[in-house]
Design a protein around this ligand. Structure first.
Ligand code: IPE
Ligand code: IPE
Ligand code: MG
Length: 260
């Protein structure tokens, strides 16, 4: 494992080697979830229009996927577009949709080369058909990859996800395929977009706001939370490692008592 990581570090030239020294590679969160926030404010600070921030944010994602893969994170879930983001001006929504579409085409070869396996969360049906096709293609092309899972939330809402799960389960009960008494944590989790993924160990929110904005409501029950003021386009691999360092100092009790 360590040898493996070393080889990858050599291969991926833009990773700051020394920066990983403070990380305990045996205690890396399996699943990191990120609320990539602050694109618009970052652009405004540069005297640019909001959409400029979204383009810059796509580049940040590229570098964070790499560092997450190098340190051994197994799943990276990123919030790209929420069920509430449709409230934004149509020009901004269209820009984001185009950007997602370009990302799925332009980054696919490199993601594949890094052995990344793609997944998505969210209501796909409401997205433009062209994006749906690209999502399916990205899943297909990377399905046998064994590296980090990149789980992109597009038109995703935690409440919407839970409503869908409840509807599915209610239908199974109605059809006589299960009894209400059989509904448990596993049944619910098997009906969420994140089925078969471990829950996030660490939830990062950039951009300074201290809220979860409808992201992975069920799954973050015991996630450690780390926030920073830095806007997403300015977020660096070093910042990601800082979050990991903080995570490694936490005492996760899950409602029990600490081990010491
Ligand atoms: C996050 O950045 C990206 C999306 C929600 C699509 P924002 O666009 O929310 O940027 P701020 O928070 O307004 O600065
Ligand atoms: C959360 O950010 C959604 C994404 C990062 C995609 P928002 O900018 O939409 O959240 P609020 O409006 O500040 O809560
Ligand atoms: Mg925002």
């Amino acid at each position: 494992m360590l040898k493996d990581i070393f080889t990858k570090r050599i291969k991926i030239k833009d990773i700051p080697l020394a920066a990983t020294d403070n990380i305990d590679l045996n205690n890396v969160p399996q699943h990191v979830a990120i609320i990539m926030d602050g694109n618009g404010r970052w652009a405004k600070e540069q005297g640019k229009i909001r959409t400029f921030g979204h383009s810059a944010g796509a580049q940040t994602l590229r570098s964070i996927v790499k560092i997450a893969e190098v340190v051994g994170v197994k799943v990276l879930s990123v919030y790209a577009f929420s069920t509430e983001n449709w409230k934004r001006p149509i020009t901004e929504v269209n820009f984001i949709m185009n950007l997602l579409s370009e990302y799925l085409t332009g980054e696919l070869d490199e993601l594949n080369e890094y052995n990344v396996k793609m997944r998505f969360m969210g209501d796909k049906d409401a997205l433009p058909k062209a994006i749906q096709k690209k999502m399916d293609y990205a899943i297909k092309i990377t399905e046998n990859n064994t590296g980090i899972i990149l789980n992109v939330a597009i038109n995703y809402g935690g409440q919407d996800e839970i409503i869908r799960a409840v509807k599915n389960i209610a239908t199974l009960v109605q059809q006589g395929k299960m009894e209400p008494k059989d509904i448990n944590k596993d049944v619910i989790e098997n009906n969420l977009y994140s089925r078969q993924l471990p829950p996030p160990d660490l939830l990062i929110r950039t951009g300074g706001d201290l809220r979860v904005s409808n992201f992975m409501l069920w799954q973050i029950a015991y996630a450690e939370i780390w926030t920073c003021q830095t806007y997403w386009p300015a977020f660096t691999q070093e910042n990601f490692l800082e979050a990991l360092e903080s995570y490694q100092k936490r005492d996760r009790r899950y409602g029990g008592l600490n081990k010491k």
